[in-house]
Each structure stands twice: as structure tokens, then as C-alpha cells.
Design a protein around this ligand. Structure first.
Ligand code: KIV
Ligand code: ZN
Length: 522
């Protein structure tokens, strides 16, 4: 069967809503617009662009994404109340294809929070779905925690939502509790039993708490779901959501047993994965399926020998299928600006002349320190450039550390703070601790360091290190990332990048989405 005659499964991407809800994954307005543009370009059917009532920032981002959308439907999330739904409509109405997604927790645990009886909740669903449908021709309704809701009640409320005009019924496994057979049985039961089920699209929305989100989503599709809700890199709260790249590639590579077509241009996967990792500050684990650094690496002798003779011995898909170039050795210090521009375009970065000028200076500086520059080095360099460009109140100007067997280690640091240089020398338990203490001495703050992670970008002792830092202050979580051949310099820049994000978040306290309670429907 060719893909044009196969059943179509819509891809609903919620990286900018459920993904961004992951603590510390907050993206800036410009970053959200960029990611939405990439999702639209890659063929995502529906982009859930945010939760407009959550904050003024979310509202603005959803509105602008709606205005800029080309092929994708643009969806906003709303709780089951009129104010949320009206606000959502105000944001998505600019899209050529707007969608309102409204939800309420239907399981016994979730019903207890707003303290609604089954009948009262049913009435609320009737009012809110009707209201949404009066505003927008495309309405998605979700019974949150569907997989832990009594089946009779689930059938009853879905029937109401369909009667009131919902066009998509999404079945969330909110806490990642289900397993593949149960996921399929639930969808099959709903399609068989609920009157009007044949007039709507059923969607599957899985979380990965037990590591089964991809399997559960595909099982739901086999049972009749025709929309998968997912995020790039599986970004999302706790263990994350179903990963877009996994379900798309599973349906492509195993199309013999999963005969479903999507509109996704899979060759764009790698680029968007890198961008989401960079802007969210969530590094992709090296052994992550499809987009992990090691997903196509074959290190054992037997594997390498087999690969050289016939790539299919150990590879079920080619790196180029997801947009990963097969030759990754690129250039050195003699490479020119045109070659750099071409290589970056190959990696998915289209640069204007001024931007290229800046990146070229950084590239030359890197090439002076590192003989061979690989694709991954360039990606790290680009990620570093965009992190540095965003909201730079603080900037690392100079750093020299003294470290070794004799304590205390010390750091001599100059930071530019809003254009003015400030210098300090601090000691600490190791060079990174001394450096962070120096940052704190210049820019005192109470943010708590939650995570400090170092990854080598490529092999060898001259490899760049990518450092990720996550910090928390008054419930606000921010991340920073940076790369450098000097791990301590990368650490200082990542720490400062996180602080820059924190400064921006501080000024937005009054509209911070943390104050929104998803379970509060009133
Ligand atoms: O996981 C969930 O239940 C959700 C809903 C808001 C659809 O994200
Ligand atoms: Zn979710």
C-alpha cells in the first residue's frame, strides 16, 4: 500500500505547551516563534502553541504564532471555564486554522479537586464545549486522567462533548499509567460504545512515567486513534511526553506493520531536535532513540566491520533519513566564510550577513584552539551564539582559575554587568565552585543550583564541553547552556546564561504562569 492510500495519522505537537511546562524549560517569545516556524515547516498538523490564560507572555506568543502560521492549525489550551476559553479564542483566532483545546480532569481524584459531582461536571462540560464551539469551528476536548476514569463515566462525558460540537476527542494518559494493550483497548471500547464516535477524531496523549509513551501511542493508533499528541525530544513534565521523532520514525521504518502516513518531513527532525534542546536547556540523552548522539554510532569492532560491508547489517534507518549528515568532519582554521555559511545551511542554520560575520569570528577562535571542527562543534557554537544573544545583562569577560592538588582553588573573574565591568577573585572547592562563587560575589542572588552537567561534544582532549546549569529561585526554574573547549569557561558562561534568564523571569513575576493551577477549573 502506498502512503497516499494509507490511513493518515495527524501529528499534534505540544512542545510549546506541555513541553514548556517542564520545570526549567521556559522559552523566550522569540524562541517560541522560531520553534513554531520549524514545526510548521516540518509538516506538523496541529501546533499547541501555549496556554493563553496562563500569562500575558503565553497569550502574546500564541497570538503571534497564530498570525504567522502557514500550514499548521494553531491550538491553545483552556480549562473548563468561559474566561479561559474566551482568552484562548482571542489568541488563536488570528490563525488560518484555529483550534480551541479545552479540558477537565474526569477521574475520581481529579473530580475531587474542584469538588464537582459527576452530574455537575457533566453540566460544566456541556456549557464549556458548547461555548468553545460557538466561537471556533475546530474544538478539541480532553478528559484529563482519562486512563484512570471509570469507563461508564468516560463514555458519558465524551458523548456530551461530541453532542456539543467537539471535533477531536483526546484521551490523555496524564500520569503515564497505562500500558500498550490497555491503551488500545480503551480507544477501541470508546469508538465502539460512544454514540457519535464515528464523527470525531480520537487522539492519544501519553506521558512517559513508565517508559511506555511511544508504545502506548502507537497501540492507540492501531485501535483507531488518528491523532498523536507528542513533543520534540519527548520534552515534558516529569518523564516527558511521547516523542514526535519516535512515533514518526516507527511508522516510517515499520510501515509494514504500522501502515499509517503522516505529513512530517522526517529530514527536518535532527535540526528541530537540536533547537529544542538548545532553547529549552534540556540536553538530549546520548542513547535517546532517533536523536541521541549515539543513535547512529557503532563502536564495537563487529558492528563497525558489518557497517563498512553493508550499512543495513546494523542500521534500520539511515542518518540522512532524519537530516543527519553522514560525513561529520567539516573544516579547520583555513576554511572560509562561504564554506562556513554552506555548512551551517546544511545543518539547518540560515544566517544573514551580519550574523555570519559574528559566527565566523567565533568559528576562527574555536579553530585556533581545536584542529578539526565537526558538525557537533558547529551546532554547539550556534547554540552558544543564540544563548549569548538573548537578554545579556551579564557577560563573562575574563576568567582565570588556579586549580590543582593544593587547595584552595581560586577564580579571577571579570563580568560585564549591564555594560559595566566588575572584577573579583573568589576561592572554592574546585575550579567550578570557585568560579560560581566569583559570579555570586559580583551578582549576589539566592537561586539554588539544581543541576550541573557536562557533556563532551566530540572525542579527544581538545573537545568542546557543553555545560548545562539549572537553577531555582522562589519556584522559578531556569536553565543555561554553553560550550567551550575549556570546561570551566563553559561552566561560567552557562551559569551566567541561566542568571540572565532568571533576571528576565524576575521582571515578569506578576504574570508568571506558575500561579495557574491546571486542576482548578473555576
Ligand atoms: O496530560 C494531560 O492530561 C494534559 C492535558 C491538559 C491534555 O496535558
Ligand atoms: Zn500532558
Amino acid at each position: 500500500m502506498t502512503s497516499s492510500t494509507q490511513d493518515r495519522v495527524k501529528i499534534f505537537d505540544t512542545t510549546l505547551r506541555d513541553g514548556e511546562q517542564s520545570p526549567g524549560a521556559t522559552m523566550t517569545h522569540a524562541e517560541k516563534l522560531e520553534i513554531a516556524g520549524l514545526l510548521d515547516e516540518m509538516g506538523v498538523d496541529i501546533i499547541e502553541a501555549g496556554f493563553p490564560i496562563a500569562s500575558e507572555g503565553d497569550f502574546q506568543a500564541v497570538s503571534e504564532i497564530a498570525k504567522n502560521s502557514v500550514n499548521s492549525s494553531i491550538c491553545g489550551l483552556a480549562r473548563a471555564n468561559i474566561t479561559d476559553i474566551d482568552r484562548c479564542w482571542e489568541a488563536v483566532k488570528h490563525a488560518a486554522q484555529p483550534r480551541i483545546h479545552t479540558f477537565i480532569g474526569t477521574s475520581p481524584l481529579h473530580r475531587a479537586i474542584p469538588n464537582l459531582s459527576m452530574d455537575q461536571m457533566a453540566e460544566r462540560i456541556e456549557q464549556t464545549v458548547t461555548h468553545a464551539r460557538n466561537l471556533c469551528p475546530d474544538v478539541q476536548w480532553s478528559p484529563m486522567d482519562a486512563t484512570r476514569t471509570e469507563h461508564d463515566y468516560l463514555c458519558r462525558v465524551i458523548e456530551i462533548a461530541i453532542k456539543c460540537g467537539a471535533t477531536t476527542i483526546n484521551i490523555p494518559d496524564t500520569v503515564g499509567y497505562t500500558a500498550p494493550r490497555e491503551s488500545a483497548d480503551l480507544i477501541r471500547m470508546l469508538i465502539e460504545k460512544v454514540p457519535g464516535a464515528d464523527t470525531v477524531t480520537f487522539a492519544t496523549h501519553c506521558h512517559n512515567d513508565l517508559g511506555m509513551a511511544t508504545a502506548n501511542a502507537l497501540a492507540a493508533v492501531e485501535a483507531g486513534a488518528r491523532q498523536i499528541e507528542c513533543t520534540i525530544n519527548g520534552l515534558g513534565e516529569r518523564a516527558g511526553n511521547t516523542a514526535l521523532e519516535e512515533v514518526v520514525m516507527a511508522m516510517k521504518v515499520r510501515n509494514d506493520i504500522l501502515p499509517y502516513a503522516t505529513r512530517i518531513d522526517a529530514t527536518k527532525i535532527m535540526n528541530i531536535s537540536r533547537r529544542v534542546s538548545s532553547v529549552s536547556g534540556f540536553a538530549v540523552q546520548p542513547n535517546k532513540a532517533i536523536v541521541g548522539k549515539n543513535a547512529f554510532a557503532h563502536e564495537s569492532g563487529i558492528h563497525q566491520d558489518g557497517m563498512l560491508k553493508n550499512a543495513e547489517t546494523f542500521e534500520i534507518m539511515r542518518p540522512s533519513d532524519i537530516g543527519l549528515s553522514e560525513t561529520s568532519l567539516v573544516m579547520g582554521k583555513h576554511s572560509g566564510r562561504a564554506a562556513l555559511r554552506a555548512k551551517l545551511a546544511d545543518l539547518g542554520y540560515e544566517l544573514g550577513d551580519n550574523q555570519l560575520k559574528d559566527v565566523f569570528v567565533r568559528f576562527k577562535a574555536l579553530a585556533d584552539r581545536k584542529k578539526e571542527i565537526y558538525d557537533d562543534d558547529l551546532v554547539a557554537l550556534m547554540q552558544d551564539s543564540s544563548a549569548a544573544a538573548a537578554n545579556e545583562h551579564l557577560k563573562v569577560k575574563f576568567l582565570r582559575v588556579i586549580c590543582g592538588t593544593e587547595a584552595p582553588q581560586s577564580a579571577d573573574l571579570t563580568l560585564t554587568v549591564d555594560g559595566k565591568d566588575e572584577q573579583v577573585t573568589a576561592t572554592g572547592d574546585g575550579p567550578v565552585d570557585a568560579t560560581f562563587n566569583a559570579v555570586k560575589a559580583i551578582f549576589p542572588h539566592d537561586a539554588r543550583l539544581q543541576l550541573y552537567q557536562v557533556h563532551a561534544v566530540t572525542e579527544g582532549t581538545d573537545a568542546q564541553a557543553t555545560v548545562s546549569v539549572r537553577m531555582e529561585e522562589d519556584g522559578k526554574i531556569v536553565t543555561g547552556q554553553s560550550a567551550d573547549t575549556d570546561t570551566v569557561v563553559a561552566s561560567a558562561k552557562a551559569y551566567v546564561a541561566a542568571l540572565n534568564r532568571l533576571i528576565v523571569r524576575r521582571t515578569k513575576t506578576h504574570s508568571d504562569k506558575k500561579e495557574i493551577n491546571y486542576k482548578d477549573v473555576s
